[in-house]
Design a protein around this ligand. Structure first.
Ligand code: CUA
Length: 331
């Protein structure tokens, strides 16, 4: 189905079929309207740019000082001209306002009477996580990519445990900040099967540019569900492979494995070492200490570090085991 026909029924705007002009695919039902608004404003600005600069150049040439040319007094008032240069921009701005408000309204109001896919999103330094629960998922599934279905509205509830991130899928023309301490919402309706890039578009620290993921758009819900379940299944991965992967996904941004201190202490030689904490207490870093730090990071904060580690309660038991196995290897 073409994008023009998606909206043909409820709006009379001429819609672009393909993006063009170095724009990405138009893969959601707001993309064409978004681009139309952009090109409308760009086009009107371009017309006036050439009119005004052209007229200025021509006047400079026509009225230049030269032999035989008699100077004239500048006119001080022209009611027709003044009404024209007030009325024309006012009408144009009202048109911009009308068109952009129509599409903005559509972007911020999810359809109420359509079946939708609800996904919880977490943006954290420096990775996106997507959680699926309820029908048709037997148990909650947490995955690193977003899986959606063509022509089914997707509603996202987005949170951040650390700093401000921003969810941006250029092909869908949707963008929304993810702010700590609140739930931000975003919805879109994908209209094209395929895989599209998802970016973090708010500078959030060292690995901001690496904070990307993919949006996979499937033809049917069954295909989408199958892909999510497959991506969430870490039980079939051998622990010695799963441990380093979990470390890279969850810990590497703050905890080095080579002895260098980062935002948190290094993991090298951590297991079995003697730790000194803020407040003066000490303990041996055993497996129980690691488990406690994952579920309640502020219980024991290593001396000299800030209490900034987020909770990792979402890790499943076998995943924590795999992570501990990996810690043991970092002597
Ligand atoms: Cu997260 Cu930039």
């Amino acid at each position: 189905m073409s994008l023009a026909s998606v909206h043909a029924g409820n709006v009379g705007l001429p819609l672009a079929q393909s993006a063009g002009f170095w724009f990405p695919d138009q893969a959601s039902d707001v993309a064409a309207g978004h681009d139309f608004t952009f090109f409308l404003i760009l086009g009107v600005c371009a017309v006036f740019f050439f009119l005004i600069t052209g007229a200025s150049a021509w006047f400079v040439l026509k009225y230049r000082k030269r032999a035989g040319h008699k100077e004239q007094a500048t006119s001080t008032h022209n009611t027709t001209l003044e009404i024209a240069w007030s009325a024309i921009p006012t009408v144009l701005l009202m048109v911009f306002f009308g068109v952009s408000t129509y599409w903005y309204w559509h972007m911020v109001n999810p359809p109420m009477n359509e079946k939708s896919l609800d996904v919880a999103v977490e943006g954290r330094k420096w990775k996106w996580w997507f959680e699926y629960k309820g029908e048709p998922f037997k148990s909650p599934a947490r995955v690193a990519d977003l899986y959606v279905v063509k022509d089914t509205p997707v509603r996202l509830s987005m949170v951040s445990p650390d700093v401000i991130h921003s969810f941006f899928v250029p092909a869908f023309r949707v963008k929304q900040d993810v702010v700590p301490g609140r739930i931000n919402r975003l919805w879109f309706k994908p209209t094209q099967v395929g895989t599209f890039r998802l970016y973090c578009t708010e500078y959030c620290g060292q690995d901001h540019s690496e904070m990307t993921a993919w949006v996979h758009v499937f033809e049917t819900e069954a295909e989408m569900v199958q892909a999510v379940i497959k991506a969430a299944d870490t039980k079939s991965i051998p622990p010695e492979e799963l441990g380093p992967r979990l470390y890279a996904e969850n810990c590497a941004s703050c905890h080095s494995k080579d002895g260098k201190a980062g935002l948190g202490p290094t993991f090298k030689g951590l297991l079995g070492s003697q730790r000194e904490f803020e407040g003066g207490t000490t303990a041996t870093a055993d497996e129980a200490y690691v488990r406690e730090s994952l579920s309640d990071p502020k219980a024991k904060v290593v001396k000299g570090f800030n209490p900034v580690m987020p909770e990792f309660k979402q890790l499943q038991a076998h995943e924590v085991d795999a992570l501990i196995l990996y810690l043991k290897s970092l002597k």
